[in-house]
Ligand binder design. Structure first.
Ligand SMILES: [Fe+2]
Length: 323
């Protein structure tokens, strides 16, 4: 039976992305993903997807190297926030309270064992549409009708030196529930998927062959449909965006997907994540073997090499070993 605290975290609230090509990355998110700039600060811009109920989704920050800044998780209540802060503090990885950013309330800061910056908050201001009022009052703002039309943030996949240690941390500190994992023949996991709500994943840890620490594999946005992802591939092609893999279908969690690299180098996924929902509170964890993973993605296409080697920041991989 699932512990009630497994519902303490509602979802990923927002993510900071770092880019060494700020103007080009801004163009990618604003013009191709059809996100709206809601606030600008020194060296950063805050953008939102069109059905984001909060004020912002992504904080884009100019940096020497690509990568991920802080991921903030929203809890389901103030009580849930307090439970999670106590659980985080018990791990010894808490860093204390900070002010929220652009509509988010007090945020408790911490790091996972790999060093990824994280925060957890509850209070959040709703976005109030102005010149982007929707026709229907049950969506946050008008459908942009341009580019890829990213509707909402879906998940984050971190590279980690130790997948098991970081996965156990997400389960303990945030109450993440595991959905699927890839078991290595030699022990441990190559990757581990966690969810906070009925989607089958919100946070993933993948093995970082470089053992660098604090790196990003990708973040994912959800458009409305699978067809949108096919059209997205055409839009990225027309605009000179590097298409790394897809569109095709993941075996794990069955998401229809497309991976591209935004101009700053961060891998961005467009994912249709609604196919597999975990409604069963006793849903068994699905474990894949290394042999099963060698079969490739759902329809037999092999997982491409760069999927295992590219992450941000980009690091020298001449000394790395495949597991
Ligand atoms: Fe993904």
């Amino acid at each position: 039976m699932t512990e009630y605290t497994a519902f303490d975290v509602a979802h990923i609230g927002n993510i900071e992305l770092l880019t060494p090509k700020f103007d080009e990355s801004l163009w990618f998110f604003r013009d191709l993903l059809a996100m709206r700039v809601v606030e600008e600060a020194e060296g950063s811009v805050y953008l939102r997807t069109w059905d984001e109920y909060q004020r912002y989704t992504i904080k884009l920050t100019a940096s020497d190297a690509a990568g991920v800044g802080r991921t903030n998780f929203r809890t389901t209540s103030q009580d849930a926030l307090e439970r999670r802060v106590a659980a985080i503090e018990a791990t010894g990885l808490g860093e204390g309270w900070g002010d929220g950013e652009v509509g988010t309330g007090p945020t408790y800061l911490f790091r996972d064992p790999d060093g990824h910056s994280m925060g957890v908050y509850y209070e959040s201001e709703r976005y109030v549409a102005t010149d982007d009022k929707p026709a229907l009052k049950n969506q946050a703002s008008a459908f942009p009708g341009r580019g890829v039309n990213a509707r909402r943030l879906d998940h984050i996949n971190y590279l980690a030196k130790d997948v098991v240690a970081n996965g156990e941390f997400i389960a303990t500190a945030l109450g993440g529930r595991e959905s699927e994992r890839i078991k290595l023949d030699a022990g441990g996991y190559a990757a581990w998927w966690f969810h906070f709500n009925n989607k089958s994943y919100d946070v993933v840890y993948s093995d970082d062959w470089t053992k660098h620490g604090n790196r990003l594999h990708h973040i994912a946005f959800a458009p409305d449909t699978r067809e949108d992802i096919l059209k997205a591939a055409d839009i990225f092609l027309e605009n000179g965006i590097y298409i790394e893999s897809g569109p095709h279908k993941h075996a794990i969690n069955q998401t229809f997907f497309l991976y591209v690299w935004e101009p700053g180098g961060n891998r961005i996924e467009l994912a249709n994540a609604g196919a597999r929902l975990l409604l069963d509170p006793d849903s068994p964890v699905v474990e894949w073997t290394q042999e099963e993973r060698k079969k490739g993605q759902a329809w037999g296409m092999k997982t491409i090499e760069s999927f295992h080697t590219h992450g941000t920041p980009v690091v020298d991989q001449s000394q790395t070993q495949q597991v």
